[in-house]
Design a protein around this ligand. Sequence first.
Ligand code: 4AD
Ligand code: MG
Length: 480
Amino acid sequence: MISKTVAELFEENLKHLEIEVKGWVKSFRANRFIALNDGSTLNSIQCVVDFEAMSDDLLKKITTGAALHVKGTLVESQGKGQSIEIQVSEITVLGEANPELVSKTILQPKRHTLEVLREQAHLRARTNTFGAVMRLRSALSFAIHSYFHNNGFNYMHAPIITGSDAEGAGEMFRVTTLDPKNPPLTDTGEVDYSKDFFGKETNLTVSGQLEAETYAMALGKVYTFGPTFRAENSNTSRHLAEFWMIEPEVAFMDLEGNMDLAEDFLKSVITYVLDHNANDLEFLENRLEQEEKSKPQNERSPMRLTEKLRFVADNNFVRLSYTEAIEILKNSKPNKKKKFKFPINEWGADLQSEHERFLVEKHFKSPVILFDYPANIKAFYMRLNEDGKTVRAMDILFPGIGEIVGGSQREERLEVLQQKMEELNIPEDELWWYLDLRTYGTAVHSGFGLGFERLVMFATGMSNIRDVIPYPRTPQNAEF
Ligand code: 4AD
Ligand code: MG
């Protein structure tokens, strides 16, 4: 008797062998055919039981959602719809699932909306859609680690609790052990954080970049891949309060190199899932096609999911400066017809997602890398260009997603960085260690941040970021 997962039953040649498998009942029909799934693959294995040889008591317990241990012989399937099946010799019910209770959950085999699935996030991974999404999520993270490993990067663990605001946007969750009802106060009546756990104000990190820079300036090529937190009150389909970010950082690399790295990296991980997750992608592609049928024609994606992934993997991204983008947007039809919520009138305007999507989806019909943004709409650490008004920033914009990557060449000149921090009221004593990098062997260096969930959205065709992370954290919601 060989113990196997359902995926192995389909992948390996085990016909006529005695095997055993454990999983959950998807469905049981005609007292004869059990569809058993264990999450190793989208496919369920059909288990054929001889009901005359089984007790009624046992048969009654084989219901949707129940956990089973099945033993039998793997054979070529007699019926249509599957290549192999198990001729069952023995079944043990490991865990029953009361049908009456099951009928109140999303385990009940019928269509459930994504909203309802979210309310039962602890069960939704048992559905075909979430099984496929979460296997893809796992495959993508493996592909990401592989890419960096194969290209000489070291995986660096940036701290989760920090004392600085890496993005300078003030969107942080405070970490404290002080009693909210009775915090220690200073003479002037403010909360005295010197009495707090760390002896200072601390927060959950918004980005591992600043710490990653210190490691790039020691190990050369590093990347982080960890959770990051933003207390921004944006209730959109593309924002989470807790999301995972991948942040490579490379010494002696300029913005050009940064764009090359980001493009090659994205293409590589997308190619990986096209090559390794065809089954789940095909399922999600069909799901998306069904979903899109309910949309008006002009909102439907012109390409099928895998076509879109193939397109990104095989074609060069369009690269253009912010200044060029503004010209295109200024002269665009929606701008002239006042269709943009935020009209583009002049150089310096921050780009909104409607503008990004116009460039990517309508104008270029391709991923776009925008670079050299106005200094005053970007973070303090970006390298100032010779024109004195733009910085060596880059954003990568993807169809259906908008911004998927944000990065830059970093300001390596001590005085320029100090001046910038002064202008923005960023205290030097908070970032003395960051400034030290510019004192001891400073050098050109660059990096970027990829929002992992936005990549998973793109690869799975899911349109809400809450549906590509096991337990989404959003304003007013931290259930589970
Ligand atoms: O553009 P951002 O804010 O850049 C940084 O944090 C830099 N420190 C990165 C770096 O240069 N090392 O964030 C990077 C990416 C965005 O492009 C987006 O994909 C994602 O992180 N992101 C979010 N994803 C989900 N929910 C949110 N609230 C996000 N905020 C940013
Ligand atoms: Mg950004």
